[in-house]
Design a protein around this ligand. Structure first.
Ligand code: PRT
Ligand code: ZN
Length: 285
């Protein structure tokens, strides 16, 4: 029986959410990340624990069939592999930052400057696109201290809350790319492996769709059902069941996280009572 080999980060910012996602997809692994490999007990897959920087290469070579990695690393490594699914975690951006005191006028400011980064390929693409000639200084860590010690005039690094930049007297001036964790795959999977991957992606979609939706129960006076139903599109239309109390019904539906609070306000105005909101574990559309 063929197994899908999944490359994931051994330790670091992606590790916990990656293993949590696979677990929510029903994959149970026999040993922790202190070993190189782990077997899924109930799914034809095995995990390879790697440094995130190595994942694109392993997937291109086919040593791993798929991998979970930051989009920033995927773009930087520029390997011949495919994005199969965006995973909605480890969201961040790769940005250019300069010392706070700089009067930044636009990308032309960067002409002739020295930019420290761990992402030379992406920075180079950005500079070419903006017709800027600058010197790229590649360093592998602590990029944010480079301007302070006179190593560079600007940096290009990952930003999430912005507190690292702030703490180093820097300000963000350009967003180069947005990134999140993604699932990448080898270009030429066997039919058997492709089928396992399709199954896994189906489960990932069910888990992630569920995370973005809530199950909603409420009581409605019968005369308001029509108006409330219009606010609640649900997966098809809401389930309506009569309450024992004359003139009232219970409505069940699914609402998207994005416009959740707006919907609640509208429902209250229309006369809904006893509103319950319940997390959904899996959602298959
Ligand atoms: O050991 P290995 O090579 O596997 O890991 P790593 O040290 O290279 O990567 P790791 O674990 O730090 O990050 C893995 C991935 O997480 C990155 O490639 C990004 O896709 C994603 N990610 C999300 C982040 C951040 N958020 C993040 N905030 N990666 C790094 N940071 C760092 C950033 O480099 C900077 O130093 O956090 C600092 C900025 O954070 P704020 O919140 O202060 O802005
Ligand atoms: Zn790394």
């Amino acid at each position: 029986m063929e197994k899908l080999r999944i490359a994931i980060q051994k330790s670091g910012r992606l590790q916990e959410k990656t293993t949590a996602l696979l677990r929510e997809c029903g994959l149970a692994f026999t040993n922790g990340p202190n070993r190189l490999k782990a077997d899924a007990r109930n799914f034809p897959a095995e995990l390879l624990y790697l440094r995130d920087d190595d994942i694109p290469q392993y997937v291109e070579d086919g040593v791993a069939d798929i991998g979970i990695v930051g989009e920033n690393v995927f773009i930087e490594k520029n390997k011949d592999i495919k994005i199969k699914e965006k995973l909605d975690f480890a969201k961040c951006r790769l940005s250019i930052a300069v010392p706070k005191s700089v009067e930044y006028s636009g990308t032309e400011y960067l002409n002739g400057k020295k930019i420290a980064t761990s992402y030379p390929f992406i920075v180079n693409q950005f500079l070419e696109k903006n017709n800027v000639k600058a010197e790229i200084h590649e360093i592998s860590g602590s990029v944010e201290i480079a301007p302070g010690i006179g190593l560079a005039d600007a940096i290009c690094d990952i930003v999430s809350t912005g507190s690292t930049l702030l703490g180093n007297g820097l300000k963000e001036v350009e967003t180069v790319i947005l990134s999140e964790a993604i699932l990448v795959a080898h270009n030429d999977l066997s039919t058997a492996k492709q089928q396992i991957l399709d199954k896994l992606i189906f489960r990932i979609k069910a888990v992630n769709t569920a995370k973005n939706n809530k199950y909603l129960l409420l009581n409605s006076p019968n005369h308001a059902i029509e108006a409330i139903t219009n606010v609640l599109p649900g997966m098809r239309s809401p389930t309506v069941t009569p309450l024992k109390e004359e003139g009232w019904s219970s409505l069940h539906s699914v609402v998207n996280e994005d416009d959740f609070w707006d919907k609640i306000d509208q429902l209250k105005e229309l006369g809904a009572q006893g509103i319950l909101v319940i997390p959904i574990e899996k959602m298959i559309l």
